[in-house]
Design a protein around this ligand. Structure first.
Ligand SMILES: [Zn+2]
Length: 57
């Protein structure tokens, strides 16, 4: 039996490049925050926003 898989890697769906969206920041945005259906916003650990956002009553 030959169950070897993974020899071929998919490259078309490579790592999505997303940098911190904080103005002037060029760090890697490793933290993604999605507001509802909006596209996620990415921030580095330094500029991460409060999540989940505080509830407004
Ligand atoms: Zn940042």
């Amino acid at each position: 039996m030959s169950d070897e898989v993974g020899a071929t890697k998919k490259t078309e769906s490579g790592p999505y490049v997303h940098l911190c969206e904080h103005p002037g920041c060029t760090k890697w945005g490793s933290l993604g925050f999605a507001h509802g259906r909006a596209t996620p916003n990415w921030y580095c650990f330094e500029h991460k926003i409060e999540w989940p956002p505080a509830k407004r009553s």
